[in-house]
Ligand binder design. Sequence first.
Ligand SMILES: [Zn+2]
Length: 171
Amino acid sequence: MTEKGMQTDLSAPQELRTIHDFTDVFLVVCPRCSRKADVTSSTEERPPRFSCLHCGLVRQWTSDKKGVLFSQQSGDWPEGQYALGDAADPYFHLPLWLQTPCCGHTLWAFNTQHLQYLRDFVAAKDRHTPPREAKDPLNSLLTSRLPKWMQLARNRQAVLRAIKMLELKLD
Ligand SMILES: [Zn+2]
Protein backbone atom coordinates (compact mmCIF):
# COMPACT_ATOMS: atom_id res chain seq x y z
CA MET A 1 0.00 0.00 0.00
CA THR A 2 1.36 3.38 -0.91
CA GLU A 3 1.31 6.23 1.51
CA LYS A 4 -1.04 8.13 -0.75
CA GLY A 5 -3.35 5.12 -0.85
CA MET A 6 -3.39 4.93 2.93
CA GLN A 7 -4.67 8.43 3.23
CA THR A 8 -7.32 8.20 0.57
CA ASP A 9 -8.45 4.57 0.59
CA LEU A 10 -11.55 4.49 2.80
CA SER A 11 -11.69 0.71 2.60
CA ALA A 12 -8.57 0.55 4.76
CA PRO A 13 -9.43 2.68 7.77
CA GLN A 14 -7.81 0.30 10.26
CA GLU A 15 -4.54 2.19 10.18
CA LEU A 16 -6.33 5.14 11.69
CA ARG A 17 -8.16 3.43 14.50
CA THR A 18 -7.56 4.16 18.14
CA ILE A 19 -8.23 1.87 21.07
CA HIS A 20 -11.41 3.83 21.72
CA ASP A 21 -12.87 2.38 18.53
CA PHE A 22 -12.93 -1.01 20.22
CA THR A 23 -14.59 -0.16 23.51
CA ASP A 24 -18.28 -0.69 22.74
CA VAL A 25 -18.21 -4.26 23.98
CA PHE A 26 -15.80 -6.14 26.23
CA LEU A 27 -15.76 -9.92 26.29
CA VAL A 28 -15.12 -11.00 29.88
CA VAL A 29 -15.11 -14.08 32.10
CA CYS A 30 -18.40 -14.38 33.99
CA PRO A 31 -17.69 -14.24 37.76
CA ARG A 32 -20.47 -16.76 38.42
CA CYS A 33 -20.13 -19.44 35.73
CA SER A 34 -16.67 -18.66 34.29
CA ARG A 35 -17.97 -18.67 30.74
CA LYS A 36 -17.87 -15.91 28.14
CA ALA A 37 -19.96 -12.84 28.98
CA ASP A 38 -20.37 -9.26 27.74
CA VAL A 39 -19.76 -5.86 29.24
CA THR A 40 -21.23 -3.09 27.12
CA SER A 41 -20.23 0.55 27.44
CA SER A 42 -22.78 3.20 28.26
CA THR A 43 -25.06 4.48 25.53
CA GLU A 44 -27.50 7.37 25.54
CA GLU A 45 -30.19 4.97 26.74
CA ARG A 46 -28.42 3.16 29.54
CA PRO A 47 -25.30 2.93 31.69
CA PRO A 48 -22.56 0.28 31.35
CA ARG A 49 -23.91 -3.21 31.79
CA PHE A 50 -22.67 -6.75 32.37
CA SER A 51 -24.66 -9.69 31.06
CA CYS A 52 -24.00 -13.41 30.79
CA LEU A 53 -26.08 -15.40 28.33
CA HIS A 54 -24.97 -18.66 29.90
CA CYS A 55 -26.13 -18.21 33.49
CA GLY A 56 -28.31 -15.08 33.19
CA LEU A 57 -26.27 -12.91 35.55
CA VAL A 58 -26.82 -9.20 34.88
CA ARG A 59 -25.26 -6.15 36.55
CA GLN A 60 -25.63 -2.52 35.64
CA TRP A 61 -23.90 0.66 36.61
CA THR A 62 -26.16 3.15 38.26
CA SER A 63 -26.19 6.93 38.49
CA ASP A 64 -26.59 9.30 41.44
CA LYS A 65 -28.96 12.27 41.52
CA LYS A 66 -26.53 14.36 39.51
CA GLY A 67 -26.36 11.68 36.87
CA VAL A 68 -22.82 10.63 37.76
CA LEU A 69 -22.35 6.98 36.94
CA PHE A 70 -20.84 4.59 39.43
CA SER A 71 -20.55 0.88 39.97
CA GLN A 72 -22.86 -0.31 42.74
CA GLN A 73 -21.67 -3.83 43.36
CA SER A 74 -20.97 -5.60 46.62
CA GLY A 75 -20.28 -8.98 48.15
CA ASP A 76 -18.33 -11.32 45.93
CA TRP A 77 -18.68 -9.03 42.95
CA PRO A 78 -15.32 -7.45 42.06
CA GLU A 79 -15.06 -3.71 42.56
CA GLY A 80 -15.08 -1.72 39.36
CA GLN A 81 -12.52 0.85 38.41
CA TYR A 82 -12.21 2.63 35.09
CA ALA A 83 -8.84 2.00 33.55
CA LEU A 84 -8.13 1.25 29.94
CA GLY A 85 -5.04 -0.80 29.34
CA ASP A 86 -5.42 -3.72 31.74
CA ALA A 87 -6.44 -7.21 30.71
CA ALA A 88 -9.80 -6.44 32.28
CA ASP A 89 -12.88 -4.49 31.32
CA PRO A 90 -12.72 -0.87 32.50
CA TYR A 91 -16.11 -0.84 34.26
CA PHE A 92 -16.48 -3.97 36.36
CA HIS A 93 -12.81 -4.91 36.16
CA LEU A 94 -13.58 -8.48 35.17
CA PRO A 95 -10.80 -10.44 33.47
CA LEU A 96 -10.98 -10.31 29.69
CA TRP A 97 -12.07 -13.50 27.96
CA LEU A 98 -9.47 -12.96 25.24
CA GLN A 99 -6.14 -13.11 27.01
CA THR A 100 -3.21 -15.50 26.93
CA PRO A 101 0.45 -15.58 27.90
CA CYS A 102 2.73 -14.70 24.98
CA CYS A 103 6.45 -13.94 24.77
CA GLY A 104 6.64 -13.40 28.54
CA HIS A 105 3.74 -10.93 28.42
CA THR A 106 -0.03 -11.09 28.28
CA LEU A 107 -1.67 -10.77 24.89
CA TRP A 108 -5.23 -9.51 25.26
CA ALA A 109 -8.07 -8.07 23.21
CA PHE A 110 -11.33 -6.44 24.21
CA ASN A 111 -13.46 -8.15 21.58
CA THR A 112 -13.57 -9.82 18.17
CA GLN A 113 -12.90 -6.64 16.20
CA HIS A 114 -9.97 -5.72 18.40
CA LEU A 115 -8.49 -9.20 17.95
CA GLN A 116 -8.88 -8.95 14.18
CA TYR A 117 -7.18 -5.60 14.25
CA LEU A 118 -4.23 -7.00 16.19
CA ARG A 119 -3.92 -9.95 13.83
CA ASP A 120 -3.99 -7.75 10.75
CA PHE A 121 -1.46 -5.41 12.25
CA VAL A 122 0.99 -8.11 13.29
CA ALA A 123 0.55 -10.07 10.06
CA ALA A 124 1.24 -7.04 7.91
CA LYS A 125 4.64 -7.21 6.32
CA ASP A 126 5.03 -3.49 5.98
CA ARG A 127 4.36 -1.19 8.86
CA HIS A 128 3.48 2.39 8.32
CA THR A 129 3.18 5.08 10.86
CA PRO A 130 -0.39 6.23 10.33
CA PRO A 131 -0.88 9.86 9.44
CA ARG A 132 -1.88 11.78 12.52
CA GLU A 133 -4.17 14.73 12.71
CA ALA A 134 -3.08 17.62 14.83
CA LYS A 135 -6.10 17.36 17.10
CA ASP A 136 -5.36 13.79 18.09
CA PRO A 137 -3.58 13.22 21.37
CA LEU A 138 -0.07 12.09 20.61
CA ASN A 139 -0.49 8.58 21.94
CA SER A 140 -4.13 7.93 21.18
CA LEU A 141 -3.47 5.98 18.03
CA LEU A 142 -3.77 2.32 18.74
CA THR A 143 -0.79 1.37 16.65
CA SER A 144 1.46 3.73 18.53
CA ARG A 145 0.29 2.20 21.79
CA LEU A 146 0.87 -1.41 20.85
CA PRO A 147 3.61 -2.74 23.10
CA LYS A 148 7.05 -3.05 21.53
CA TRP A 149 7.19 -6.82 22.03
CA MET A 150 4.16 -7.25 19.80
CA GLN A 151 5.82 -5.26 17.06
CA LEU A 152 9.12 -7.15 17.03
CA ALA A 153 9.60 -9.23 13.89
CA ARG A 154 11.11 -12.07 15.90
CA ASN A 155 7.95 -12.35 18.00
CA ARG A 156 5.58 -12.25 15.04
CA GLN A 157 4.97 -15.99 14.70
CA ALA A 158 4.46 -16.47 18.43
CA VAL A 159 2.05 -13.54 18.55
CA LEU A 160 0.09 -14.87 15.58
CA ARG A 161 -0.14 -18.29 17.23
CA ALA A 162 -1.48 -16.70 20.41
CA ILE A 163 -4.03 -14.70 18.40
CA LYS A 164 -5.10 -17.89 16.61
CA MET A 165 -5.63 -19.52 20.00
CA LEU A 166 -7.79 -16.63 21.15
CA GLU A 167 -9.81 -16.83 17.93
CA LEU A 168 -10.65 -20.42 18.81
CA LYS A 169 -12.03 -19.22 22.16
CA LEU A 170 -14.59 -17.14 20.28
CA ASP A 171 -16.38 -20.22 18.93
ZN1 LIG B 1 -22.41 -16.63 33.70
